[in-house]
Design a protein around this ligand. Structure first.
Ligand SMILES: NC(=O)c1ccc[n+]([C@@H]2O[C@H](COP(=O)([O-])OP(=O)(O)OC[C@H]3O[C@@H](n4cnc5c(N)ncnc54)[C@H](OP(=O)(O)O)[C@@H]3O)[C@@H](O)[C@H]2O)c1
Length: 331
């Protein structure tokens, strides 16, 4: 039975976590090609914080409700939406709408819950897996034996990126902001974890790689890290930029791009088409689901809050002490 009304989290104007409050409203109806999901878990992501504070408006046509990833059961299917059955356990990447008891997802962006995970755990995967896979393996062509630096190794993206790279045979180095976070990165399979508050990662990696540098870098920091990343990339190295938590405007000498034949590539997931996200989903199911089933890739969950406590979940993410993902449990 699908009820007429549901609880969702409304951002009552732009502002701090206090603007988030539970509200009642109609359950959305699936359009052509869409799946209506009865939400079990929803991931909290940094773009949600930016959207809540008015700095990152949802793209045209997307739900104004926060939430870029969920897990749950298929409640109904819109015309032409195929590949899933009513009641099936799925996870989905969304353009919005996840902080709710029900949400809509384009069918190509849904995947069956990977074997061995609880339905709530599944909510921790879509953003991190789609982002890490497309950047590291599709854009960055990560290969077994290559050395990869993952900045923010203890974050939602970082914890999955480390495990994925290890599962496919790469050597992984990370940065993190405390000894506890570095320890967590090592446990996930990183060969070295550098506390960026006490050590210079360029110096440390020069030592570790005997001067060669690293083949690939996943960066979400930006600012002065751009120059330092270019400095520590090996010949034919690739830099994948997925966010700028520091400045996106910086002046430095790009000459090493020529002399070391470097590639610098950036992307955002949210702005990509349903078809493109669907292709990433197919690759994940084929290549990564077996790794999850084998226990080589597992979501790291810091804390799960009831949906109604979304504001508290945002406060915890803003405080920055988390290791892994923060989730909301809707049902
Ligand atoms: N482009 C895309 O397609 C895409 C998709 C998804 C997410 N993102 C972005 O990727 C970023 C990470 O997402 P997330 O879910 O992993 O967020 P998260 O869990 O909050 O992690 C943020 C990470 O950034 C690290 N960090 C911040 N300042 C740093 C610095 N100066 N040096 C090294 N690390 C630093 C933090 O490390 P400490 O806690 O140790 O300080 C933390 O691990 C966010 O900005 C998000 O918006 C981009």
């Amino acid at each position: 039975m699908i009820p007429g009304e549901m609880t969702y989290i409304e951002a009552q104007g732009a502002g701090g976590p206090e603007v988030l409050a539970p509200k009642r409203g109609p359950v959305p109806r699936p359009g052509a090609g869409e799946v209506l999901i009865r939400v079990t878990g929803a991931g909290v992501n940094r773009p949600d914080l930016a959207q809540r504070s008015g700095r990152y408006p949802p793209p045209a046509g997307a739900s104004p409700v926060l939430g870029l990833e969920v897990s749950g059961r298929v409640a109904s299917l819109g015309e032409g939406a195929c590949g899933f059955k009513s009641g099936e356990e799925v996870i989905a990447l969304l353009a919005g709408g996840g902080y709710a008891e029900f949400c809509l997802a384009p069918a190509p962006q849904c995947l069956p819950l990977p074997p061995g995970l609880s339905l709530v755990e599944g909510a921790a995967l879509p953003e991190a897996l789609f982002t890490a896979w497309t950047n590291l393996f599709e854009h960055g062509h990560a290969k077994a034996g290559e050395s990869v630096l993952v900045h923010g190794g203890s974050g939602g993206i970082g914890t999955i990126a480390i495990q994925l790279l290890r599962a496919f045979g790469a050597r992984v180095f990370t940065t993190a902001g405390s000894e506890e976070k570095c320890e967590a990165c090592l446990k996930l399979g990183a060969e070295a974890a550098i506390n960026y508050k006490t050590h210079d990662f360029v110096e440390k990696l020069r030592e570790i790689t005997a001067g060669k540098g690293v083949d690939l870098i996943l960066d979400m920091v930006g600012g002065d890290y751009l120059r330092r990343n270019v400095e520590i990339l090996a010949e034919d190295g690739r830099l994948l930029q997925i966010a700028f938590q520091k400045d996106s405007e910086i002046r430095f000498n790009f000459l090493p791009l020529l002399t070391k034949r470097l590639t610098l590539r950036g992307s955002t997931l949210r702005s990509r088409s349903v078809a493109e996200k669907g292709e990433i989903a197919k690759a994940l199911k084929k290549k990564v689901w077996p790794q999850i089933e084998a226990g080589k890739v597992k979501p790291v969950i810091f804390k799960t809050f009831p949906l109604a406590e979304a504001a508290s979940a945002h406060r915890v993410m803003e405080a920055g002490g988390h290791i892994g993902k923060i989730l909301l449990a809707a049902g």
